[in-house]
Design a binder for this molecule. Structure first.
Ligand code: GLA
Length: 404
């Protein structure tokens, strides 16, 4: 996120200012929006998402003293550490995402040495666009630029990719993308301490312009379906969600204990009728979470069909239903998110609206007929300000290709 009132600079410019020379390599990764499928990913469920035109960009150069030095456009303090001594610094928790990825790369047998890096972000923090996954993916890619490696299911391949005459590496192969997404997820699970699923990392790596991703988290497959004709509008409540705060992990635990009590591998295997018949085996909270997840996976199935049939009105209805289920059963909404969805629903150009991402604050995503997007934005801003006294700056996001 650009600091308020700060002039916008690129990662390259940030690097020049921070290190007094020009960086040799640049990599970037987009943020993502969850379109439908709230908290389904770690339940081996189905989820739909898009990569959007907000990025983490990292400019970097190798260095010879075996140290890594990071500067950021968002956080004022630098972070400096030795490649042989990668550990948490409570003063710079933002660097944990970078460090976690470096440790996972090493675990997979990727060799790297020191580097200086400048990290620039145009992804608003805490707005449900997953700046964290974009930072993880951009880190993995900038290391690949500096110290080329290829990944496969087992780890680093014996033969690294070679640069062309212009010094460019080949684009990331299809088969490298899933191992890389998993590596970034492992960094977040093991080092940052958030037990997130694969949604964010897959979205950042598999995004396709003008398409929605349909991710099957049990089989770890990705399909693309065109989404043209509507604008995607993000409304950020400004209420910060802190996934590391534990609420996210708690939801995951309820879902997993529900699956265990139902003797299912995951909630993906549970039918709604079976869940209802076995309600007595679950605690009330486990039941609520499971009820949301099982219904939500079903909604994704129906929504995929609506999209295939070009029935965007129907598709949008599933977004509204998803929000109601998150609000009433998973209970990861908040009054500001509920208000935004209610206001969006009042506007005739809005096909669907819901909270997106982890919840507990963050943003809503709304699907809006293109020709009325300006009227929709004006309606949202003035109505939200009238009701809360707070300003709202809705953002129209473009759907873009993934990283690499
Ligand atoms: C966060 C997590 C994802 C996913 C969503 C909720 O974005 O990082 O893995 O669980 O919440 O669907």
């Amino acid at each position: 996120m650009k600091g308020a009132g700060m002039p916008e600079v690129s990662a390259t410019e940030l690097f020049r200012r921070g290190f007094n020379f020009t960086p040799t390599r640049v990599a970037r990764a987009p943020g993502r929006l969850e379109v439908l499928g709230n908290h389904t990913d770690y339940n081996e469920g189905l989820v739909m998402s898009v990569a959007v035109d907000r990025y983490i960009e990292i400019a970097a150069s190798p260095r010879t003293d075996g140290r890594i030095e990071l500067v950021s456009s968002v956080f004022p303090q630098r972070e400096l550490f030795a490649v042989t001594d990668i550990r948490r610094n409570p003063e710079a928790p933002w660097a944990d995402y970078v460090k976690g990825v470096l440790l996972e790369l090493r675990r997979k047998g990727v060799h790297f040495s020191g580097f200086s890096a400048a990290i620039d972000s145009s992804i608003p923090l805490g707005a449900g666009m997953s700046s964290s996954a974009a930072l993880e993916v951009a880190t993995a890619l900038v290391v690949r630029e500096l110290y080329p490696y290829a990944l496969n299911e087992q780890g680093a391949a014996d033969v690294p990719p070679t640069r062309d005459r212009q010094g460019r590496l080949p684009v990331l192969g299809v088969k490298e993308r899933l191992p890389l997404a998993r590596l970034c997820q492992a960094a977040e699970n093991r080092f940052v301490g958030v037990n997130c699923g694969l949604l964010d990392q897959i979205s950042s790596l598999f995004g396709k312009a003008h398409h929605v991703l349909s991710i099957d988290c049990r089989f770890q497959t990705v399909a693309h379906a065109p989404l043209v004709g509507e604008a995607i509008v993000v409304c950020n409540t400004g209420v910060k969600h802190a996934l590391v705060g534990g609420e996210y992990n708690a939801l995951r635990e309820h879902c997993e204990s529900a699956a265990r009590a139902l003797q299912a591998k995951s909630l993906r295997s549970v039918e709604m009728s079976y869940l209802k018949a076995n309600k007595h085996r679950l605690s009330p909270r486990e039941y609520e979470c499971a009820y949301h997840v099982v219904g939500e996976i079903q909604r994704v199935v129906y929504a995929e069909r609506a999209l295939r049939e070009d029935d965007h009105r129907q598709f949008g209805q599933y977004l509204f239903q998803s929000h109601e289920s998150s609000r009433d059963f998973l209970r990861n909404s908040c009054p500001e998110l509920d208000l935004l969805v209610d206001l969006a629903r009042q506007h005739r150009a809005c096909l669907g609206s819901r909270l997106t991402g982890g919840g507990f604050g963050g943003a809503t995503i709304s699907l809006v007929a293109y020709h009325e997007v300006e009227a929709f934005i004006a309606h949202m801003s003035s109505a939200y300000e009238q009701r809360t006294g707070r300003q709202l700056e809705p953002v129209v996001c473009q759907v873009v290709d993934g990283a690499g």
